[in-house]
Ligand binder design. Structure first.
Ligand SMILES: NC(=O)c1ccc[n+]([C@@H]2O[C@H](COP(=O)([O-])OP(=O)(O)OC[C@H]3O[C@@H](n4cnc5c(N)ncnc54)[C@H](OP(=O)(O)O)[C@@H]3O)[C@@H](O)[C@H]2O)c1
Length: 342
């Protein structure tokens, strides 16, 4: 059956300006890291993406290595673009990234010009699009001059393969270096993609958001639900078919008694606000002015709808914030910490 988008979709979402740029992003964006590989049915992917678009989510975030296997999430989204989303390309912001392992040999990961440009070309082919709206350096490469990585991003814009560029998981020191180079080149560098959640507050320790603020950059924060831990999912047990049982990125050791008691306390605070825990977790990251968008993942359409409900209550009292702070402490769940330490 042909998909027809909900005509009221833009009334359901809030759109925030990305830093000082002209680009607006939805307050909630959808990432295709998990649940978009060959291990998931195509119809399940279609249902998640169309539900998201109907809810006003215009931004879909990918990377070369999303799957499994690597590359399959881009292929699947390319098929959705051709079939369900035909004619809607200009209503969407599609991003991809290069940085992590993609193919064997010395040219298949990190930040060389050789890798970044060839990987972007592959992403465009898999997605079947002429350009990406945002292309990211997925992680800082300590062995490649940062000038080379930034020049490669600049080249992608100049050759029409990307409209804007961003960096992901770079710490504030590296972010400032990247900014200076891209500013001197005149590259439209508008966004940073760090991890951030109530259980992972490294961006605060690193003063990253302040560095972005000073430079007029926006941010899209990933894993605001700490991969599902900040939802009602694990309050009682570890359900089958959850990320924690898949042996992928969410180690069941993260669900320690200590973390679970914090999560239950946060769930009580959310209930007091008339929200699900997922909704409060999203509202909590969005309360920072420099956070343009919360980048969620979902394994079904109901999760997308629950998350979008966060928009209905984004305001916190000082008392609620103080109460949240008692439990919103680092839970050892930041698996990207190493990249930010380079
Ligand atoms: N730049 C980077 O290095 C980087 C790294 C990681 C992620 N990202 C981006 O960020 C995106 C989001 O990451 P993430 O998937 O870890 O984000 P997340 O939103 O923290 O976690 C998503 C998971 O939470 C669960 N969930 C979501 N909504 C729920 C709800 N309302 N109720 C109950 N459970 C719910 C689902 O788990 P189940 O699957 O168990 O149902 C879902 O797969 C990725 O797709 C990717 O685009 C970027």
């Amino acid at each position: 059956m042909t998909y027809t988008p909900d005509p009221s979709r833009y009334e359901k979402m809030q759109y925030n300006r990305c830093g000082n740029s002209g680009l607006m992003l939805p307050a909630i964006s959808l990432g295709l890291w998990h649940n978009f590989g060959d291990d998931t049915s195509h119809q399940a992917k279609v249902d998640i993406c169309t539900t998201a678009f109907d809810a006003g989510i215009t931004h879909f975030d990918l990377a070369n290595n999303y799957g499994p296997p690597a590359g399959s999430a881009e292929k699947a989204f390319g098929q959705i673009l051709r079939e369900e989303f035909r004619g809607l390309r200009d209503e969407m912001v599609i991003s991809s990234k290069a940085g992590y392992f993609m193919w064997p040999g010395p040219y298949g990961e990190w930040g060389s010009r050789k890798y970044i440009i060839s990987s972007c070309d592959q992403s465009l082919r898999r997605l079947g699009v002429d350009y990406l709206d945002i292309f990211y350096s997925h992680r800082f490469d300590p062995n490649t001059p940062i000038e080379e990585t930034m020049l490669a991003l600049d080249q992608l814009v100049r050759s029409g393969k990307a409209l804007y560029v961003g960096i992901s998981s770079y710490n504030s020191k590296r972010t400032k270096e990247a900014y200076d180079i891209l500013k001197s080149l005149g590259t439209p560098f508008i966004i940073h993609q760090p991890s951030y959640s109530m259980l992972n507050r490294w961006v605060e320790e690193d003063s990253l958001l302040e560095a972005l603020e000073d430079r007029g950059l926006g941010s899209i924060v990933f894993s605001p639900l700490a991969q599902g831990m900040l939802t009602n999912k694990y309050l009682r047990d570890i359900p089958a078919r959850s990320r924690a049982t898949q042996g992928k990125s969410l180690s069941s050791s993260f669900l320690s008694n200590e973390n679970l008691s914090r999560i239950r306390a946060l769930n009580d605070i959310a209930a007091g606000r008339g929200q699900s825990l997922a909704q409060m977790a999203i509202a909590w990251v969005l309360k920072k002015q420099r956070v343009t968008s919360a980048l969620i993942g979902a394994s079904n359409p109901q999760q997308v709808l629950d998350c979008v409900g966060a928009i209905d209550n984004l305001v916190f009292s000082e008392q609620e914030l103080q109460e949240i702070d008692k439990y919103a402490v680092d839970g050892g769940v930041n698996i990207w910490r190493q990249s930010a330490e380079l």
